[in-house]
Design a protein around this ligand. Structure first.
Ligand code: XMP
Length: 510
């Protein structure tokens, strides 16, 4: 294990991901965790993350006490680098000129961390404070125009630090530097998908024994991979429930019913609840109200199914596809994950009295996909874009009706089909298509006036859905999608592109 000490902001997650990309298991811990507790996790190395504070401000988070006496190699990054400098007797000062973004780094002394890397390289900086004097025993290995100490090290002690951010992709040799530190720390790379799958299946067997579990499948990759893992572990003691609320995209329910069952052999109960959901949603236009209704109905339907299954033998566990970012965001690490109201559909009610099985609690989304491939799930499921639990219900702006759902399903299917045909599926995180059902605009088609609805294309790129940028799709692709939608989908006479990042926009429109 490599521990990433979190000094705030989003840096720690990115560092943990990069460590894992080196096939080394990493875990994020808060900077307030006592060192004894950290050492109990038997870390082979510790990385101090960046953070928003300045080390000399009152109340700025300090290095965990005794960290540098623990005999574990430490790598300080940005704020973590300054904490290291200050704690070990160096000097940290405010700079007149802050450095943000891409910066030229000059390697002045090859040392061990930057050994063999080009003398001039681009790195990503973000700081208004710098270390002006290294602690005793440290060699300064790199500088920039503004920063006299951009990297330092004390290899005998196992301490390394960089002012820049090796974890961001804009740092040219960032991943090499990360890997180099792990090598210098003597950490072995053995965290592979095969091992993860085996260990996780073993752990589920120990947890569940010969008792029974249920899993709510949403059609998404998380619940599918979680279910597949549990199925491997306990076989037919697992029953999956798929609630078809009628708000799914074209072909989606069939995919769950056929492909998933075919590739896993899982015992699947499909509940057709379209009528029920559409009745409950009739006349509703407010987004929050829609979400609440969908969440509530979902729970009712799921509970009824769970009760029915329980009559065949008591069910004691509920499988959930909780991911590591959810665990970290809800204050991290131990205890039951605090399920965001967001995740109320497809994930499940807390007041159902079940033990939880959460086999993906330590994984990031891309790791879940790799695991899904390892388990032999079809690409259509593994590479499916994230899809919100409330489904197309929150992609129709206005009242949700069967007719409007059909329109949106057709438009959405065209957009997805063309994206796939262009080979861009994996470059786009998510591609919502939104129907502005309460808006009409005038158009002309075949010499006649039309008065139809616009649809919005909302392709975004993202690493974790916390932030997102609009995808720069090729014009030819956008043109094909626009032409096909306006030609093939009745009542849609306009296609518009959403070019808002998140923040300030969210990914979904409701
Ligand atoms: P927003 O719209 O908040 O969405 O930027 C962030 C990510 O979450 C998905 N999303 C949901 N997922 N239940 C879910 O399981 C929900 O109620 C829900 N609402 C949004 C959204 O698709 C995006 O990936």
């Amino acid at each position: 294990t490599v521990l990433v000490v979190d000094f705030g902001a989003q840096y720690a997650q990115l560092i943990a991901r990069r460590v894992r990309e080196c096939q080394v298991y990493s875990e994020i811990v808060p900077s307030t965790m006592p060192v004894a507790e950290m050492l109990a996790k038997r870390p082979k190395a510790i990385i101090l993350s960046g953070g928003p504070a300045s080390v000399y401000e009152p109340g700025a988070p300090a290095a965990p006490e005794g960290l540098f006496e623990a005999g574990v190699p430490v790598f300080g990054i940005c704020y973590g680098f300054q904490v290291m400098a200050q704690t070990l007797g160096g000097v940290v000062e405010r700079t007149d000129v802050a450095e943000y973004g891409r910066t030229d780094l000059a390697v002045v002394e090859s040392g061990s961390l930057l050994d063999g890397l080009p003398a001039a390289q681009k790195v990503w900086m973000s700081h208004g404070t710098y270390a002006s004097q290294a602690p005793e025993g440290f060699t300064v290995t790199a500088t920039t125009d503004v920063t006299p100490i951009a990297a330092f090290e004390n290899p005998e002690a196992g301490f390394y630090g960089v002012q820049f951010h090796p974890e961001v992709l804009h740092t040219e040799h960032g991943q090499t530097i990360m890997r180099r530190f792990l090598e210098l720390a003597g950490v072995r790379s053995n965290w592979t998908m095969v091992n993860i799958a085996e260990e996780s299946i073993e752990a589920i067997r120990r947890q569940v024994g010969d008792r029974r579990a249920i899993c709510g499948l949403s059609g998404g990759v998380d619940s599918a991979v979680a279910a597949a893992l549990v199925q491997r572990a306990i076989g037919d003691k697992l029953t999956c429930v798929y609630v078809d609320h009628g708000l799914m995209r074209k072909g989606e329910s069939e995919q769950v019913e056929k492909d998933f069952v075919a590739s896993t052999g899982v015992d699947l109960r499909v509940v057709d609840a379209e009528e029920r959901f559409l009745t409950a949603l009739a006349g509703v236009t407010d987004p929050e109200e829609k979400r609440k209704i969908i969440g509530r109905e979902f729970i009712r339907v799921f509970e009824a199914a769970a009760r029915e299954i329980s009559t065949e033998g008591e069910v004691e566990f509920l499988v959930q596809g909780t991911l590591y970012p959810d665990v970290v965001e809800s204050g991290g690490g131990t205890g039951t994950a605090n399920i965001k109201s967001h995740h109320n559909v497809g994930g499940l009610p807390d007041d159902l009295q079940f033990g939880l099985i959460e086999p993906l609690r330590a994984l990031f989304k891309d790791e879940v996909r790799a695991l899904g491939e390892q388990l032999g799930l079809p690409a259509e499921i593994v590479w499916r874009q994230p899809f919100p639990g409330p489904g197309l219900g929150i992609r129709i702006i206005g009242e949700v009706t069967r007719d409007r759902l059909d329109l949106l399903r057709d438009a959405d299917a065209i957009a997805r089909e063309e994206l796939t045909r262009a080979g861009l599926d994996r470059d786009v995180w998510q591609f919502p298509v939104v129907l502005l059902a309460d808006v009409r605009s005038v158009g002309v088609q075949g010499d006649g006036r039309t008065y139809g609805h616009p649809v919005v294309l909302r392709p975004v790129s993202s690493e974790d859905a916390m932030t997102a940028d609009w995808s720069r799709l090729p014009y030819e692709l956008l043109e094909r999608i626009s032409t096909r939608i306006t030609n093939e989908v009745r009542e849609v006479n306009r296609v518009v592109l959403d070019i808002t990042s998140k923040p300030p926009g969210t990914i979904e429109w409701e």
